[in-house]
Design a protein around this ligand. Structure first.
Ligand SMILES: CC(=O)SCCNC(=O)CCNC(=O)[C@H](O)C(C)(C)COP(=O)(O)OP(=O)(O)OC[C@H]1O[C@@H](n2cnc3c(N)ncnc32)[C@H](O)[C@@H]1OP(=O)(O)O
Ligand SMILES: CC(=O)C(=O)O
Length: 537
């Protein structure tokens, strides 16, 4: 049977020490429910002695029905020179009602003399008396050995004495903290092994990510005997953050064979990570290992060709095991395999030998050379492929458009677009105003098409981005326009490139409309203009 590693989440405490992360009591309660469902053993809710919000959290969480997790309060050892029973922070911990507490104490002699400005002996008393006080009040006590690795490297005897003081006073677990986050995995592994040979009490690990090694250091500690792992969801935390539990968990469970959360919950990691990003108002980093949008996104043709044969050729785990999914990107770095994969994803009957995939890929490479970027505009890519295989319908053809922008004196600027189109052999001529050239073109295009394709009323443009491609050429340079559209249910992205921003926008705009029509061919059957020819490639 797999050995158990206990998970201790500090997103709500150390996580909120990260710049830009602030959680309301309600946010914290939402995250608590998710972490409990996931199977986290301990959830550190905050520091009751720090602020009224954290205290309010401990009050509110009493009404949350948890199936597994223990709510933990955080605090420090007593201040120097006073009795533990008189220490305001320790009293607040008791007041919080939490049954488990993590208190941090100094283990690095330099911190004792410089930060606490007390004696090494007094610090040992502060640790043991604080632990005894909390144990005497019936709490489960985790001692967070702050700066343990830095302390041990400078003065191993004293650092060990601090742990022994906590253990002798009854601490249920001593957690070794790489507080400054600068240790290396081999150091962590050796030091944890050494400590484990001196202590009987369970050992925990708490790593910061200043050397980008928090996850690696956590795994090294577990290999050396730590069985209690602290971290945060998505690695939020002071400075560069904490060990990211979203990465620690699958590494421990899938790679090292430990038992952390129920097997069947592993595939909720992606949704939990996104949920916490959402609650914390953070944009999920697409490159986040295991759960990011790009974590299983294959771009290079060589990779895609192999993944189509055997996914494990370029995937360290099956994406579904953590609730993620494989994606294939098409770009100038693609081979035919990328196009074949996408065609299959779009349910096209596509064959390497029959369907000119070589020509398609060459067109894509040429267009990317001109400035297109299809990985950001899959709807335009799908249109390109569909047209190349002769299946794209000719919904409308442009005869011409004109855009007028007028500004007189202090009058408000006005914009008007005039469009002449051919729809199913019929000439349509319309004009419309807008609050800018693209908006006016969009209005005029809709006006022209509405009579023939009433479903166009269901879609709208939801985002518009412009990027100048050759900045050195200033106003003469090419621009790339990306338009995101939506019908309230789906979203799709289209692209246009030109030296003229209005022309680039037009290309992206008509791709957006053509894509919507293509995806709703069934609904088009009831439209007056549905006798369409296919577009010649
Ligand atoms: C490694 C970690 O991440 S520990 C967690 C750090 N998190 C936080 O600091 C967030 C919450 N903190 C707070 O709300 C406040 O700092 C409080 C309420 C805890 C303290 O506020 P204040 O009383 O105004 O003190 P201040 O923050 O200025 O200084 C910290 C004090 O704690 C003392 N202290 C630091 N570590 C310890 C410890 N392990 N045990 C006892 N006292 C400690 C410091 O020596 C300093 O004392 P001093 O005021 O006599 O110089
Ligand atoms: C306790 C803690 O957060 C640290 O030492 O980093």
């Amino acid at each position: 049977m797999a050995e158990r590693v206990y998970l201790y989440d500090t997103t709500l405490r150390d996580g909120t020490q990260g710049e830009g992360i602030s959680l309301s009591v309600e946010d914290k309660l939402k995250i608590v429910r998710k972490l409990d469902e996931l199977g986290i053993d301990y959830i550190e809710g905050g520091w009751p002695g720090s602020n009224p919000k954290d205290m309010a959290f401990f009050e509110a969480v009493k009404n949350v029905n948890l199936s597994h997790a223990k709510i933990t309060a955080f605090g420090s050892t007593r201040r120097p020179g006073i009795a533990a029973a008189d220490d305001a922070n320790l009293k607040k911990i008791l007041e919080s009602g939490a049954q488990t507490v993590a208190i941090f104490g100094k283990t690095w002699d330099f911190h004792v003399t410089e930060a606490l400005q007390t004696t090494l002996d007094e610090n040992l008393f502060m640790i043991s008396e604080s632990v005894q006080f909390l144990k005497g009040n019936g709490l489960e006590v985790i001692f967070d050995a702050e700066h343990f690795f830095d302390g041990f490297k400078r003065n191993p005897d004293y650092a060990l004495k601090t742990l022994q003081a906590a253990a002798a006073a009854g601490a249920d677990c001593v957690t070794l903290c790489d507080t400054n986050g600068g240790s290396l995995p081999h150091e962590i592994e050796a030091i944890v092994r050494e400590v484990a040979s001196h202590l009987l009490v369970p050992i925990g690990i708490h790593c910061h990510n200043d050397g980008e090694l928090a996850v690696a250091n956590t795994l090294a500690a577990v290999r050396a005997g730590a069985r209690h792992v602290q971290g945060t969801i998505n690695g939020y935390g002071e400075r560069c953050g904490n060990a990211n539990l979203i990465s620690v968990i699958p590494n421990l469970q899938l790679k090292l064979g430990y038992d952390c959360i129920p097997e069947e919950h592993l595939n909720t990691l992606t949704s939990i990570s996104n949920y916490v990003h959402e609650v914390a108002n953070q944009v999920p980093p697409s490159h986040q290992p295991f759960v990011g949008k790009s974590a299983f996104a294959h771009k290079g043709g060589i990779h895609v060709s192999a993944v189509l044969k055997h996914p494990e050729t370029y995937e360290h785990i099956p994406p579904e095991s953590v609730g993620n999914r494989r994606r294939v990107l098409v770009s100038e770095l693609s081979g035919q395999s990328n196009v074949l994969y996408k065609a299959k994803e779009w349910n096209y009957d596509f064959d390497k030998h029959r369907n000119r995939s070589r020509e398609i890929i060459n067109t894509i490479k040429e267009k990317e050379h001109q400035g297109y970027q299809y990985e950001a505009a899959e709807a335009s890519l799908e249109l390109l492929v569909k047209q190349a295989v002769g299946e794209l319908k000719d919904y409308f053809t442009l005869d011409h458009f004109k855009v007028f922008v007028e500004k007189t004196g202090s009058e408000t600027l006005t914009t008007e677009a005039v469009i002449k189109l051919l729809v199913n052999g019929q000439v349509v001529h319309t004009a419309a105003e807008g609050n800018g050239p693209v908006n006016a073109l969009d209005h005029a295009l809709r006006k022209a098409l509405e009579e023939f394709f009433p479903i166009i009323k269901n879609m709208y443009l939801s985002d518009y981005k412009v990027r100048v491609l050759d900045e050195a050429d200033a106003t003469a340079s090419k621009v790339r326009v990306l338009i995101e559209s939506s019908d309230g249910k789906e979203k799709w992205s289209t692209i246009g490139v030109s030296t003229n921003i209005i022309e680039a926008s037009w290309y992206a705009l008509i791709d957006s409309v053509r894509y919507y029509f293509m995806k709703h061919e069934d609904a088009l059957k009831d439209c007056p203009a549905y006798q369409l020819h296919t577009v010649k490639s």
